[in-house]
Design a protein around this ligand. Structure first.
Ligand SMILES: CC(C)=CCC/C(C)=C/COP(=O)(O)OP(=O)(O)O
Ligand SMILES: C=C(C)CCOP(=O)(O)OP(=O)(O)O
Length: 301
């Protein structure tokens, strides 16, 4: 992809590359019960913006690394994200019927198979990461660091912890800091992981890792606030999932806490803050990451 293409063209081309890799990520030769294989592929191949894998590729590129070798890690984070959406939609959690413009996984395959598809996608993500070393020759110590970070950012002290706090918060949040904790872990952590994984693949320095983390944290918070705004004013067709879902579940969100205008202002501030952190780190080629941040601030799906 040449440097002068627009950010939308860059996103479409990167998403296509990721999807091609995802299609063959679950080997056809493996003996897997058919409904489980279908249920995994149903959600994995249902579309979605592929934002997190694009961040892996763009971060590797920002540091002059290979995007080809980054693909197994890009696929891995999309598998973790997809598992989290399957489980988030279950009756025991958000109880949603539509996701990515299609019926949710449990609506098609039943709750038991949806839970198992999520479990299998999470497990397969760790297998996929090993392929960065075995197939693409990424040094084992870099793959080890990525594995350790995925377990941290996706697990109990990361996304799962954030989701648990979100569930507990439905009983009544009183402080903005509590909401920020939830967003940091539920949403930012996978974005921070994606950027840092790109950093590991390309051999980032400590200063570069710090900038990638700060950028990811800020962009992740802005992303979740935008998600909550779109839940109020967004278009269900474009989003591919129901709106007014937060209100239905009486979820306390940024627009509820500080109002719509202040939430939009907060998104702008966080985006600027994230971009500044990146600019100061003087990466080799940060353009795409900076453009992605601006693009996400204006997104409608
Ligand atoms: C361990 C699990 C299940 C994690 C889920 C994490 C997550 C970010 C869910 C979607 O959040 P949301 O409910 O705010 O978004 P949406 O509007 O897409 O449902
Ligand atoms: C963290 C949130 C808000 C869940 C939805 O994430 P995305 O908006 O990235 O979902 P897809 O495009 O992958 O479906």
């Amino acid at each position: 992809m040449n440097k002068t293409s627009s950010i939308s063209e860059y996103i479409s081309a990167s998403a296509e590359t990721v999807e091609a890799a995802l299609v063959s990520s679950l080997p056809a030769a493996w003996h897997i019960p058919l409904p489980l294989r279908e249920s995994m592929n149903y959600s994995l191949m249902a579309g979605g913006k592929r934002l997190r894998p694009i961040f892996v590729l763009a971060a590797a590129e920002a540091l002059g690394g290979s995007t080809e070798a980054a693909l197994p890690v890009a696929c891995a984070i999309e598998m973790v994200h997809t598992y989290s959406l399957i489980h988030d939609d279950l009756p025991a959690m958000d109880n949603d019927d539509y996701r990515r413009g299609k019926l949710t996984n449990h609506k098609v395959y039943g709750e038991a198979m949806a839970i198992l598809a999520g479990d299998a996608l999470l497990t397969h993500a760790f297998y996929s990461i090993t392929q960065a070393h075995k197939v693409h020759g990424v040094p084992a110590e870099r793959v080890l660091a990525i594995t350790e970070e995925l377990s941290a950012y996706a697990g109990a002290r990361g996304m799962v912890g954030g989701q648990a706090a979100d569930m507990l918060g439905e009983q009544g949040l009183t402080k903005l800091e509590e909401l920020e904790y939830i967003h940091t872990h539920k949403t930012s952590d996978l974005i921070v992981f994606s950027l840092r994984a790109g950093g590991h693949l390309a051999g980032a320095t400590d200063m570069q890792f710090a900038a990638l983390s700060e950028f990811g944290h800020a962009i992740g918070l802005a992303f979740q606030i935008q998600d909550d705004i779109l839940d109020i004013i967004g278009d269900e067709q474009k989003l591919g999932k129901p709106v007014k879902s937060d209100e239905k579940q009486m979820k306390v969100t940024y627009p509820y806490f500080i109002g719509m205008e202040a939430s939009e202002q907060k998104i702008k501030e966080l985006t600027e803050q994230g971009k500044n952190a990146l600019i100061q780190a003087k990466l080799h080629n940060p353009e795409r990451l900076l453009q992605l941040a601006d693009y996400l601030m204006r997104r409608d799906h």
